[in-house]
Design a protein around this ligand. Sequence first.
Ligand code: F0G
Length: 483
Amino acid sequence: MSEVKFYCKDQQVPLEMHKVRVVQKLFLPTVEERVAKMNAAGNNTFLLQNKDVFMDMLTDSGVNAMSDNQMAAMMQADDSYAGSETCNRLLKSLEDVFGTKYFLPAHQGRACENILAEAFVRPGDVIPMNFHFTTTKAHITRLGGRVEELVCLSGLDPRNTDPFKGNFDIPRLEALIKEVGPEHIPFVRIEAGTNLIGGQPLSLENMLQVAALCKQYGILSVLDASLLQDNLYFIKVREAACKDMTIREITRKLADAMDLIYFSARKLGFARGGGIISNNEKLILKMKEFIPLFEGFLTYGGMEVRSMEAIAVGLQETMDEEIICQGPIFIEQLVKELDAYGVPMILPAGGLGAHINASEFLEGMPHDQYPAGALAAALYIAGGIRGMERGTISEQRNEDGTERYAELELLRLACPRRVFTLSQIKYCADRVKWLYDNRKLIGGLKWEDEPAVLRFFFGRLKPLGDWQEKLAAKFRADFGDSL
Ligand code: F0G
């Protein structure tokens, strides 16, 4: 696969390798309505109604476009509680892609995390990972475990253009294992396409090194493959040693090295659902009983059979080198255009979406005025675009009630796969640029209603002062009657 193949030759414009056959009409409220709706939603983009959103860039989870082949497969789902042919087809597809024999189905990624934590985490345990994900950490700490993040230094440096910023710092991992003792480390979690630092990939070499170190110390290696798809693409185009390998070969080499793999099929495979796979029967037996308890019978695990058919086909599409590039090259287009304009972006472009460094965009705004949340509110006002705060609001307070400031204050603009056209991506860039020109008008937020747990989902905030009205007035002055 050559990187250039799926771009227009002259302009490096990314090319959709699909055509649109089903559409959904969008609606763009006026800027005055957007101010009102943002406030009705407590300045929290999770609380907006989707009908009021023009570009939904909240997440890539469960909103990727399905293919005609996936839809066709869904029609032949074998609707049975136990022993469905659908489950057999999914097993076969998983074995074909990952080479694994065993599969425990679960309703989504965090359900897998719950089961892994129940089976392996005990109070006082330490779970090293390149970086945490919100739900992963919640399940581990709920059971008295502790998360240690060991991402390489460049991972937390927004402007560092290291191609694999999700890599583990291997010497730090080994030092931690020696310090804590392998008996207190039930597993090391490797998160492909590291979500919270901007969808940054790990190299195949790094993941294999982590797995080898785990083996050396008798610790389990667990791959979170939810964001593996984009990571595979980056391995192929950025890791010199892998450029002549197929995506299937890379996937197999990686899977062979891991003890356990789990995934959210809301991301991997353009579908819904999730599961845990392995070739180690003993490990599977340790978790098996939790499936009927928390999820559903062993051949559906809380998933609809139709979703399972969609995963079986979607996984095969994930191995298609003309499809796998579709997320990353459109994200790259957005990042490149904004970076060229001077907007502080997380570089290099990663998977999942484009990530704006809100601390730098709103230079001088303190963490406790929530710059990433303020920027998310401002972008909805500027363009009806719904992004996601990935900063201090997404953290949980310390036990003494003080704020735990996020290492990075990010506004994430997810690009669900095969969903947006290039003109929509350009619209998004256009509104972010306008906002950047007017960034001095953006003010902070304060809590109005702050839940003790998962505050980023349910919490409500208020603007500090009348900056949102002023921003809307400037929009009117600049855009006239236009939406
Ligand atoms: N692991 C990673 C790396 C994820 O990004 C997610 C979800 C999960 C696990 C949990 O999977 O949602 O199916 O339960 N990320 C979503 C997001 C929520 O918007 O980034 P899930």
